[in-house]
Design a protein around this ligand. Structure first.
Ligand SMILES: [Zn+2]
Ligand SMILES: [Zn+2]
Ligand SMILES: [Zn+2]
Length: 745
């Protein structure tokens, strides 16, 4: 488009608010040469000033006869967001049926800041051993801290406390006594998780790793998009493949994004990344201050680093030229954002890879049904690492049927003779055991023995969980806490029984049964306390824990060579969820937790206890038969038209008044039924959500089932825009969730 010098110039501006469309502003005379796509502008908006982003340059025809206000200022000389990155964010908004403004708010640091405040560096203490240590005694903890400082030559207080819990305090006292020298240094913004020596970098790659890397290398060198699914059994060295692929991309002058499910749960990985790539890495994690986050974001945008590691939102890393996107544990549901812009980071990685000619590497021991299907249809190439590094075999898995114990009480019901014998012999050999139970708390419910009523949350339609350490009932949905009632609210009966088992109760039973064993627990209740996670991990690393009890937190990528036994208390706990992914998730979690056993030079053993030993997820996981499981699972999904053989759009309607939410659901279902049947889309509902009341809101759902190639982003934005407005007028809200994971609420 060309513009005459006399005609006024207009720009379309998106503001970081959940609004479906951009706004048109007039560029003040004389400023036309500064108006570019991607610069920030200050605009008058509803009586106040707001920062927005220029998404297009246009002329008066965009106004359709309406009047346009002048924008107040152009804030950048060069684009704040490149045109290429803006194109990706626009495609994201479209694919997720989310307003662009809301997508900008999710993808850019602090929404869209008007000013870039320089980040004042946070300082931390740095310790070195004194060349002239005084005489005098040390406490055992101080001795431990002193040795750690001496071994490292010099160490920051942050790193010290990840190696020696409480080490920072001890070092402070040692410095006061003159054993250590201390200075204040700016704390590095990037990695400061446990730093571990990177030993794997010097090892020669296995034949499997070599083959995978040569395929990836060819794709990287071509500079074009390619998708790989790296299927590697637990302990097979996937991380080394990722890191060497990053090196390949770095050599081409392009950058890499490395996604992990949860950054806080990957200290071992972060240690390796840091020792391998040093200052070339930006890390996005929740411990950053907003200013630090902005600073990291700018380093990435300006290409001052070549690797960005982070959880799902790091897919929005604004690198100038992304050549590789790694998605580790690609099957993990943590890649799905569950509020606001409900994106799936793995799917966005594939979208971005196609748009920006990047190689996408999806790694897992249990690739998702979607990725397995992609390989079968030729949309992705399979790379396999079928063997564990160092030649240790896969653990031996046996299955114990718990049905015969259903009438027993207490620990007896959950501790089968096989489980007890396995733990006994593990401890006798001086080895370590892990016990996995996918439910936290003490008892899963408090039930009246007179009338069978279960104590429920007053905000949510769910049973409250009893937590003994808080001496209270907690809601796992809204976090409300209440005292244990003395009598049943329905019948007044006084016999309230703690029913079911959680990790808290399991730990108390374990410490009663194995009195001499040193036990520890790891779940999100424990890690709420700062530093608790690192403490438990370092206890495991130093061999100070004999039996570790925990939720799926213990299943994530840790490598403890002394663990030779893993017991799964209730393998079918996640099977009964009303969700078409329940079987797949059960298979994945069982495979992952089994993979913790026998990673050193001693063989591992695993025991699944279950009420449904015949279920495919449990049988196939016990047989290490991933391909067999997926064949059955995909056949079942194809028969039902579930993803990946179809797409789904879940429309959530919620409100604080039940009649408003229901009316909104009826309205949406009614308005869509005509257009949907015209497009061959199945409409299910409206219906109350499986958990119809959460956080005092009433939830309804309308589910749309479409063919796999249905153009979701083309049809729905126009259809939903007027509906959102009408739903709002009823006093309810409409949220679109494309390819949903969470179907309960
Ligand atoms: Zn608790
Ligand atoms: Zn609740
Ligand atoms: Zn009762």
């Amino acid at each position: 488009m060309t513009f005459s010098l006399t005609a006024p110039l207009f720009v379309e501006v998106s503001v970081p608010l959940p609004i479906d469309h951009p706004f048109t502003y007039r560029v003040p005379e004389g400023e036309e040469h500064r108006a570019q796509v991607g610069v920030r502008v200050l605009v008058p908006f509803g009586g106040r000033k707001m920062t927005g982003l220029v998404t297009a340059i246009t002329d008066a025809s965009a106004l359709d006869g309406r009047a346009a206000k002048d924008l107040l200022a152009i804030l950048d000389e060069t684009p704040y967001v490149s045109e290429r990155h803006l194109a990706f964010l626009t495609a994201t908004a479209r694919g997720c049926l989310a307003p662009l403004g809301e997508t900008l708010r999710a993808a850019l640091p602090r929404g869209l800041p008007r000013k870039e405040a320089p980040a004042a560096p946070r300082m931390e203490s740095f310790y070195r051993p004194s060349p002239f240590p005084p005489g005098g005694a040390m406490t055992p903890k101080q001795r431990q801290a002193y040795e750690a400082v001496r071994e490292s030559g010099g160490i920051s207080s942050t790193d010290l406390s990840t190696r020696v819990p409480g080490g920072a305090d001890a070092a402070k006292r040692l410095a006061a006594k003159g054993f250590l020298l201390v200075e204040s240094r700016p704390r590095p913004v990037g990695l400061h998780a446990a730093s571990l020596p990177d030993l794997a970098g010097d090892l020669a790659p296995t034949p499997g790793q070599e083959a995978a890397l040569s395929r990836i290398g060819v794709a990287v060198a071509s500079g074009r998009h390619a998708a790989f699914v790296l299927h590697g059994v637990t302990g097979s060295g996937k991380t080394e493949v990722y890191l060497r692929a990053v090196e390949q991309v770095r050599a081409t002058g392009r950058q890499a994004i490395f996604l992990v499910p949860e950054i806080a749960l990957t200290p071992q990985l972060l240690g390796r990344v840091r020792s391998r790539f040093r200052d070339g890495v930006a890390v996005l994690h929740s411990g950053l201050t907003p200013a630090e986050r902005s600073a990291q974001w700018r380093h990435v945008r300006d290409g001052e680093v070549f690797l960005c590691v982070g959880a799902r939102s790091a897919i929005f890393s604004p690198f100038p030229s992304v050549g590789l996107i790694v998605v580790d544990e690609e099957h993990d549901a943590a890649y799905k954002q569950e509020d606001g812009v409900r994106y799936q980071a793995r799917d966005l990685a594939l979208l971005r890879g196609r748009m920006e000619d990047a190689v996408v590497l999806l790694g897992s021991a249990t690739p998702s049904a979607e990725s397995f299907h992609r390989v079968r249809t030729g949309a992705a190439t399979l790379l396999s690492l079928p063997e564990r590094i160092g030649g240790s075999g896969m653990p031996e898995i046996s299955v114990v049927d718990l049905k015969g114990r259903a009438d027993r009480r207490g620990a007896d019901r959950y501790f089968s003779p096989e489980l007890e014998a396995a733990i006994d012999s593990t401890l006798v050999r001086g080895e370590k055991a892990m016990l996995f139970l996918n439910r936290r708390g003490f008892a899963s419910a408090l039930t009246c023995l007179e009338c069978g009523t279960t104590v429920q949350c007053r905000n949510c339609q769910v049973a409250l969980t009893y937590h003994r350490e808080h001496e209270a009932l907690l809601c796992h949905y809204c976090n409300v806490k209440r005292k244990e009632p003395e009598a049943c609210a329905k019948c007044g009966g006084h016999k309230l029984a703690q029913v079911g088992i959680g990790t808290e109760r399991l730990l108390s039973w374990v410490s009663k049964r194995w009195k001499e064993a040193r036990v520890a627990r790891l779940d999100s209740d424990v890690t709420r306390r700062r530093g608790a996670y690192a403490e438990v991990l370092s206890g495991m690393q130093q061999g100070e824990v004999d039996i570790l009890v925990g939720t799926q937190m213990i299943a994530k990528g840790h490598d403890f060579p002394e663990v030779t036994f893993v017991g799964v208390l209730l393998a079918d706990l996640s099977l009964s969820f009303p969700d078409f992914r329940a079987s797949e998730r059960t298979f994945q979690i069982l495979t992952q937790v089994s993979g913790r056993a026998g990673r050193g030079d001693r063989p591992g053993n695993v025991l699944f206890q279950t009420m449904s030993p015949e279920s495919p997820a449990i049988r196939k996981a016990a047989g290490h038969d991933y391909a067999g499981f997926m064949e059955e699972e995909l056949a079942a999904r194809e028969a039902m038209g579930y993803p990946p053989f179809g797409r789904m759009l879940l429309l959530r309607l919620w409100g604080t008044r039940q009649d408003a939410a229901r009316e909104a659901a009826d309205l949406v279902a009614g308005a869509l039924s005509g257009p949907m049947s015209a497009h061959g889309v199945r409409l299910l509902g409206p219906a109350p959500s499986p958990i119809a009341r959460v956080k005092r809101r009433f939830h309804y759902q309308v589910l749309l089932a479409m063919p796999p190639d249905f153009p979701v982003g083309d049809l729905f934005p126009e259809l939903l825009r007027p509906l959102r407005e009408r739903v709002r007028k009823l006093g309810a809200r409409l949220e679109a969730d494309v390819d949903p994971y969470q179907m309960m609420v």
